[in-house]
Design a protein around this ligand. Structure first.
Ligand code: NAD
Ligand code: MG
Length: 402
């Protein structure tokens, strides 16, 4: 765990009464809307600096007006005119394009929530480092594609990274930094997704609609498909490997269909510490927004007597080959996780567009990873440019395999 990730942080100054200045990248998404839901419950506690979105200018303008943002930015340049017109006369600045999103991310804030989906989140997340005191990171693809670069830059810039992803947020809460040498295992849980009990021969026939029905979590389409293939858990293993001072062999996945226990840390003295809660992202998001304090949220309290039974089982790596592919990329290191992520993004997009089948997602990712040896090896991206080039190279291979 780097100093930007130190858990606990009890020495940090308390919030005080001044409002916290907050920006959100990916406002119109599942995470972004949950952030605003929490902001709305604490009037006067936050001042909104920048809100950004991919292409939905109407929704972005409505949110920018409702939350009195200073600037709203849409990634898709063709949505600019609509955004500008909807914000005319409000005093809210409008802008468009990927560079404008990075510039908005670089405006000074107390907290920035990075919740764009995919590799597109890397550049603005990097741009925010140094400009924001705390970066609440939902965009796991940033850590998978360029984790060492991102964390080293955050450390130099003095920006604290807080993990929003529920498993990593759970681990953050129970990982005792001072006792790191006495941690023997970090466990992340997986719901198992909608196909937990689906026999292997039936997986080939899985459709987009079937895969988009997650049993426990309500999330954006890309991460919902990643949850169905278990690639999400693979990406999260790499995310945990980047965030916590553990070896690859100390990381594991447990399937836990109730999604009540989110993450566990095992200590050498025999203690196994866990964080539990209902599956609602407002708990980890609220934790990040309030940190280092804890503040009330409107999340329903977990009633263990009603839940009754908690079950755990090992993941099935044969039916869900994306998990071992991600584990292999994590073990390999160099640029393999970046390649894995890029190929997966291409494959998931193709699956959502009806161009390939469910099992083809793993096939495409495997082919891209196999391409690394043909390339003669890789190195871990040490700059945004290097990460972008590697991501682009892997996307080309993946596209050729569709
Ligand atoms: P989503 O698809 O619901 O929202 C994505 C947001 O990013 C939207 O606002 C969209 O407009 C914006 N966006 C998309 N492409 C963009 C681009 N090229 N440039 C700028 N903005 C763009 O996704 P989500 O479920 O909210 O997930 C966001 C991130 O958080 C992902 O990395 C995901 O893995 C992570 N995450 C999500 C959850 C969850 O419960 N939804 C949980 C843990 C982690
Ligand atoms: Mg998660």
């Amino acid at each position: 765990m780097t100093s930007t990730m130190e858990a606990g942080g009890r020495g940090e100054a308390a919030w005080g009464q001044a409002p916290r200045r907050l920006s959100i990248l990916g406002t119109t998404g599942s995470i972004g809307l949950n952030v605003l839901d929490l902001v709305a419950t604490e009037p006067g506690r936050f001042e909104i600096e920048a809100l950004t979105a991919g292409r939905n200018a109407r929704e972005l303008a409505e949110l920018a007006i409702r939350f009195s943002a200073r600037i709203a930015v849409v990634a898709d340049p063709s949505s600019y005119a609509e955004l500008r017109d909807r914000l005319a006369g409000t005093g809210i600045e409008a802008a468009a394009g990927a560079e404008a999103i990075a510039s908005a991310a670089a405006r000074p804030t107390d907290i920035l929530v990075s919740a764009i989906v995919g590799f597109a989140g890397l550049a603005p997340s990097l741009a925010a480092l140094g400009a924001t005191r705390t970066l609440a990171l939902a965009n796991k693809e940033t850590l998978v594609s360029a984790g060492p670069l991102f964390l080293a830059t955050a450390e130099r810039a003095g920006t604290r990274i807080l993990p929003v992803d529920s498993e990593h947020n759970a681990i953050f809460q129970v990982f005792e930094t001072d006792n790191a040498p006495n941690v023997s295992e970090v466990i992340i849980t997986a719901s198992g997704g909608p196909f937990l009990r689906t026999p292997k021969p039936e997986l080939a026939a899985v459709t987009r609609d079937m895969a988009l029905k997650h049993p426990k979590w309500s999330m954006g389409p890309k991460i919902t498909i990643d949850s169905a293939t278990l690639m999400n858990k693979g990406l999260e293993l790499i995310e945990a490997y980047r965030l916590y001072p553990v070896s690859v062999d100390q990381l594991s996945v447990l399937v836990h269909p109730q999604s009540v226990v989110h993450g566990l840390v095992r200590y050498k003295d025999g203690s196994l510490l866990a964080e539990l809660g209902v599956p609602d992202m407002r708990t980890p998001i609220g934790y990040c927004l309030a940190w280092p304090e804890r503040r009330p949220t409107t999340v329903k309290p977990l009633d263990l007597a009603t839940v009754g039974t908690l079950t755990f089982e090992a993941p099935d790596r044969d039916r869900f080959p994306c998990l071992p592919l991600a584990e292999a990329a994590m073990r390999r290191g160099d640029g393999a996780p970046c390649v894995l992520n890029a190929a997966n993004e291409v494959a998931v997009e193709a699956f959502l567009a009806g161009r390939i089948g469910f099992l083809d997602i793993a096939r495409v990712v495997e082919a891209a990873l196999a391409g690394i040896d043909a390339k003669g090896g890789l190195s871990e991206p040490s700059s945004l440019l290097a990460a972008t080039e590697l991501d682009g190279w892997a996307r080309k291979i993946a596209l050729a395999c569709l």
